[in-house]
Design a protein around this ligand. Structure first.
Ligand code: NAD
Length: 291
């Protein structure tokens, strides 16, 4: 593309940021649609966040993605925050309207859309979420809002799972429980699960052989989603696929959260297939599997 004085800039900020797939995904969509916008990544350390937000205003950066560790800390520097992002205290998308910065969170809706587009709508279903960190909170919020029959949250620190369940029970009329991670709780919960979501970092490269779930506990009538996207096929997903369960990998959530950000900035539906292809090619390039 030709970069001129008119070209707008979008960016992702985080620390670390070099591994981010967002530039590849968004630039592919921007080029496909012929929009005069480029998307870059900035490594911003914790102590530099306030200055970075001032920079967004002064340089008139049009749209921003925010990733670890700034999703909560950025809130105090924004002019407005969407009610859900405010409630879950996590912003991953910022829209700059003539210097007024408005924060949103698209992680939860991204995960929900990943389920829906894979014909696994959580409405009326029993959902087990592993993890109670930032991503788990955003996902659990949207699943609770979409009338799941029951949600169980299991986390290494049981207290965090219970806190998250309590937070959600105050807002939604869904049966929600938080439990401490153990063989017993996992096994029991899985017997009553239609949709299993791994929202922990377990299974991430270089620990590709790790999973919290013994494959004997999985059933073929389950949907198994892993939000870890590197590797694309985690041990959990390989085990689930082998017994014939429906699997959804972390690229889908990444794509659909990115798509929601794109819609917030440009008010158009981005080309999902173009974005997916760009991500897969980039991951193959990184792992040296490019043909
Ligand atoms: P976080 O640090 O807030 O939470 C991490 C969670 O993983 C916690 O619940 C923690 O208890 C659990 N955990 C970590 N190691 C564990 C272990 N050995 N055993 C049991 N539990 C363990 O992080 P986050 O922002 O919630 O991200 C979690 C994962 O989701 C990361 O791998 C991240 O890359 C991925 N993620 C993917 C997307 C996507 O679009 N696909 C979006 C956000 C996050």
């Amino acid at each position: 593309m030709k970069i001129t004085g008119h070209t707008k800039i979008c960016a992702v900020i985080g620390d670390p940021i070099e591994h981010s797939l967002s530039p590849v995904m968004h630039n592919a969509a921007l080029q496909h649609l012929g929009l005069d916008v480029i998307y870059v990544a900035f490594r911003v350390r914790g102590e530099a966040l306030e200055d970075a937000v001032k920079g967004v205003r002064s340089l008139n950066i049009y749209g921003l993605n925010v990733t670890m560790p700034h999703k909560t800390a950025i809130i105090k520097y924004l002019d407005e925050v969407d009610p859900i992002a405010k409630d879950i205290e996590s912003v991953n998308t910022v829209l700059n309207v003539n210097g007024k910065l408005i924060g949103f969170n698209t992680d939860g809706i991204g995960a929900l859309n990943a389920l829906r587009y894979n014909h696994a709508d959580p409405k009326g279903r029993r959902v087990l979420i592993l993890g109670a960190g930032g991503a788990a909170k955003a996902i659990a919020y949207q699943i609770a809002a979409s009338n799941a029959e029951k949600i169980v949250i299991i986390n290494r620190t049981g207290e965090k799972a219970k806190e998250l369940a309590k937070f959600l029970r105050k807002r939604f009329k869904v049966k929600i429980m938080g439990k401490q991670l153990s063989t017993i709780t996992l096994r029991k919960a899985l017997k009553e699960t239609d949709i299993l979501i791994n929202a922990t970092s377990v299974g991430m490269r270089p620990y590709n052989d790790q999973t919290l779930i013994d494959k004997q506990w999985l059933r073929r009538d389950m949907t198994v989603m892993d939000i870890v996207y590197d590797p694309v096929e985690t041990k959990l997903l390989i085990d689930a696929k082998n017994i014939g369960a429906k699997v959804i990998n972390g690229i889908d959530m990444l794509l659909y959260q990115g798509a929601e950000s794109f819609k917030i900035w440009f008010r158009v539906d981005p080309p999902i297939d173009v974005m997916r292809k760009a991500i897969i090619e980039e991951l193959e390039r990184r792992t040296g599997n490019a043909s």
